[in-house]
Each structure stands twice: as C-alpha cells, then as structure tokens.
Design a binder for this molecule. Sequence first.
Ligand code: TXA
Ligand code: MG
Length: 335
Amino acid sequence: MSSTHREIKAAAQLIREGKLVAMPTETVYGLGANALDPMAVSRIFESKERPSFDPLIVHICDLAMAESLVEEFDPRAQALAEAYWPGPLTLILPKSELIPDIVSSGLPTVGLRMPNHPIALELIKQSTCPIAAPSANKFGRVSPTQAKHVAKQLDMVEAILDGGGATVGIESTIVALTDEGFEVLRPGAITPEMIAETLKPLTDLKTREVQGSHNHKVEAPGMLDSHYSPNKPLYIVSKEEILQAAEGGQISLPHQGLVETKQCGLIHLDLPAELNYGQIYQPASNLSEFAIQLFSSIHYFEDSELGFILVQEIPEEGIGVAIMDRLKKAAFRFT
Ligand code: TXA
Ligand code: MG
C-alpha cells in the first residue's frame, strides 16, 4: 500500500535532519538525502558502498528549484524540461555554488531531474530542499522497482516510502547539454530521436546529437561494462535458442556447459506461456511492459531456487536500446 501523507511528512523531517529516505520514482526507487548537506550526502555513498567518483542526480519539484542549482538553465534545458518534466530525463548542466562537491564528485556540472511520482514530488516539496538520490541498491547491483527490493539490499536507511511498482522500470535518460550539442550519457525511455525533435525549433543553439564531447572524467554506471549485476548467472538468449532449448529440455550456457531448462528462470517477450522452463516470468507483450517488469523479474529470480536467469534478446529500437544496455551490463561478468 502507498505511503500516507503523514508518512511523507515524517520522512521530510528526516531529510531535513540529514537522514536517508528511500523514495519511489517512476523509473526506480531512489536513496535520498538533502542535496545541500554534504554530511547527509556522504551517508548515501556509505550505505550504497558507492565509489566517490560516481556523481549523484539531484531531484527537484519545480523549475524555480532547478534554476537555483545551475549557472544557466539555457533555452535547450527549458524546452526539454517543458516537454519531459516531470519524467524520466536527467539534464547535466553547469552547477551553481549551492551544489556541494560531494554531490557532483568534483565535476563542474550537476544532473537534475524532476521525477514523475506524486510521493517523490511531495517529499521534495515538504523537505524544502532538493534531494540527491541514486538508485536505492548496493553499487553495481540490480536497481529496485518495488519498496521490498530496497529493504532487501540496504539497511542504512531511516525510512522507505512505498509508492507501488515503478511505471517506467529503468533509470532515466541522462543528457548532457554541451557547447557542441546534446549527448546521451545513459539511454532510457526518452530516446535521442525524441530529444532531437524537441530541440529542433531552437535553430540558433547547438541542438544536434554528438558523441564523446562531454568531458566526463566520471564513468557513469551506464558506462561501466559490468553493472546491474544479479546474484546468479544471467544470460541473454535469442528467441530461436529459447524455443529450441525448451524443446530439448537443455541449453548450452557460457562457462556452464549444458544446463537443464528447468533450472532456468525465463524473462521473455510475447512467447507461449507453456514453454519448458523452471519458471516463466509474467510475459510482456511490448517493449514498455518489458522495461517495467525487467528489474522486478530479475529480483524475483534472484530470490528463487533457480540456478540461472535467461532473458530474451530484444530489438534495439526505441526503449529497446536502454533495455539491451542494462541487460548487457547485467550479463557481462557471466559471459
Ligand atoms: O532514474 C534515475 O535516474 C534514478 C532515479 C532514482 O532518479 N537514479 C539513478 O541514479 O539512476 P544513479 O546514481 O544510479 O545514476 C546516476 C548517474 C551517475 O552514475 C552518473 O553517471 C550520472 O548519473 N551523473 C550524475 N551527475 C553527473 C554529472 N555531473 N556528469 C555526468 N554524469 C552524471
Ligand atoms: Mg544506479
């Protein structure tokens, strides 16, 4: 059940006191602290066992708050904010002096996002400060899309607000606005095509997509080879391999040799429900549903008796780019 107004108010008080609060957003649950309080922010890094070179996204509840945290909210940022906020888009902009170095890992920029979830927006508003929040999981592990996934991984958190299951299911698109144009640092539900379309009318500004222009000495988790990693082997398999293995009852996996399909949990897109596998996660019938269920299903199989997690390879188009990005990183250390 969703957290009540009273619980949100109490959580806002904790934020003001420098404590950690997990909050629901439409992408994944975040582990929040007062973004203007370096001591509070340091607890986020400690709780997540996150390296300090990895900067945090700052969550805001209105445009005035966003504008106070950056040097300039240029017309490109305004157009994107108008089109996609509240929503799954993080904008990297030159930061104002209000943002402590620990938040930006010493970078001159800050990532800002207005989450599309009433509980997150209410929490920020009641806290009267921006909230720095990475995904509420241990560093490198699978992001939480339900309140119970947060409790499973983190103990150093004062309160967990429950806002039900995430409605997007994968982390926000991260876009840097640079002097050359815009650069997608992490793919998400908002695609480069959508961003280009929104920026098109601003002909006098740098509105084309560029790559490698953003001088991020940071390795975004989206850029590390291994991330989103489950506690048991995960493999990406083609539709043909899935159907063939179901028929023979065995599948050949890297480093494992032949494995019984009944030892495998299967996450797939629109295949028959009666395939011969250990368990089949609730089938998704389109890419958006697949994204919504992906991390939940991995958490579910992490907690099951099954030895392996198989995920169907999906087309890299639209949100499929972001899904395959997360899957390749989740599978990296097993292949
Ligand atoms: O959907 C989301 O973005 C979720 C929810 C909670 O809002 N948050 C999230 O945070 O995914 P996290 O910490 O897992 O990923 C944040 C990433 C950093 O790893 C970094 O790559 C990038 O955002 N980032 C933050 N500030 C940056 C900056 N100033 N320059 C470049 N990248 C930055
Ligand atoms: Mg994360």
